[in-house]
Design a protein. Structure first.
Length: 336
């Protein structure tokens, strides 16, 4: 291969690798980055493809000083896509082996959806609930009109219990369940209402149940990026209690944001948590945007659990009328 051809491959590899290097720096360094950087970091998972392309473009040059950095860059992207610490935390946090007289674990299929100002198709929501045998549904941007449409679509026949705070705009929320629900509080000092609900999976008063936090953080735009960080810290504090816990909602954050990872690590006095999609290797399945934007998708909507809750069957489903997808998973909770 001629000298000019070598240079051509090297230039191409360098051009492809350059944005990967820049965004990777922002991803790797935990700093209060400005909103534009926060938004760009959300697309980090897709850098793995650019990093792979950089390796392929560097190979024909046969220059180790070019191939090795490109390979290291690709390895870093893959580690971020499938973080070993998440798998270890999930394995280490599983309930202990049950004795012969211990009750069987409770299995719950849970679903979350940001309804985009209440515009989500109620029939599609109820169809997903029925088809996937959903036991618990959490909704953000829940409006009174959506609540009425869900009632007309007969959601109450499958999920008769409800804790609802319908609002105009983005502030509304709702929790629907086939199990008894009791609202026990709100996450304080957040932009939107985030109810904390107790779901009883056993006999009344037996103490068997799941604490559910319906999460909707502010989006990290303009000066509201400070509120977004504050919301994530407040959510971490709210999840600091004992017992099985589920945080379901629109976090407006991906696993690549250090603020989200800090929440999972228990920032602000919380406890360690597990992101279900990351733990099950599903980080490349986007939940937003499902329409109206010519952007690669990212995972803003999450099911996050305490380590004593195991999960399986994670899936993502577009819903007409909203730019967010519904996320569904099955949780397994050990009864006392």
């Amino acid at each position: 291969m001629g000298h000019r051809a070598h240079h051509g491959w090297l230039w191409s590899a360098g051009l492809v690798a350059a944005p990967v290097v820049v965004v990777s720096w922002f991803r790797a360094v935990p700093a209060p980055w400005p909103p534009l950087v926060v938004q760009v970091v959300a697309f980090t998972p897709w850098l793995a493809f650019l990093a792979a392309a950089a390796v392929l473009l560097a190979l024909p040059s046969r220059r180790a000083w070019a191939i090795l950095p490109a390979a290291i860059l690709l390895i870093a992207q893959l580690i971020w896509l499938f973080p070993p610490e998440v798998f270890l935390a999930r394995q280490g946090g599983h309930p202990q082996v049950r004795g012969p007289d211990a009750p069987a674990p409770a299995k719950l299929t849970v679903m979350n959806l940001n309804a985009r100002l209440g515009g989500a198709d109620s029939a599609a929501i109820v169809r997903l609930v029925r088809d996937h045998h959903v036991d618990l549904l959490t909704v953000q941007e829940h409006s009174l009109e959506l609540e009425k449409r869900l009632a007309r679509a007969d959601l109450g026949s499958v999920l008769p219990h409800r804790v609802s705070h319908p609002r105009n705009g983005a502030a509304g929320s709702a929790v629907y369940s086939s199990f008894r629900l009791k609202e026990v509080g709100l996450v304080p000092d957040t932009a939107f209402s985030m109810p904390v609900v107790r779901l009883e999976t056993g006999d009344p008063g037996a103490g068997a149940g799941l604490t559910v936090i319906n999460v909707h953080t502010h989006s990290p735009v303009d000066i509201a990026v400070h509120q977004w960080r504050s919301d994530l810290t407040a959510v971490a504090r709210a999840a600091s209690g004992a017992g099985p816990t589920l945080l379901a909602g629109d976090f407006n954050a991906t696993y690549d944001h250090w603020e989200f990872r800090a929440m999972l690590e228990g920032a602000g006095g919380g406890r360690k948590l597990v992101d279900v999609a990351t733990a099950l290797g599903s980080r490349l399945i986007p939940t937003w945007p499902m329409r109206d934007y010519s952007l690669p998708g990212v995972t803003l909507d999450h099911l996050v659990t305490s380590p004593d809750v195991s999960s399986s069957g994670y899936s993502v489903h577009p819903v007409k009328g909203t730019d967010h997808a519904a996320v569904i998973a099955t949780l397994e909770i050990q009864l006392p």
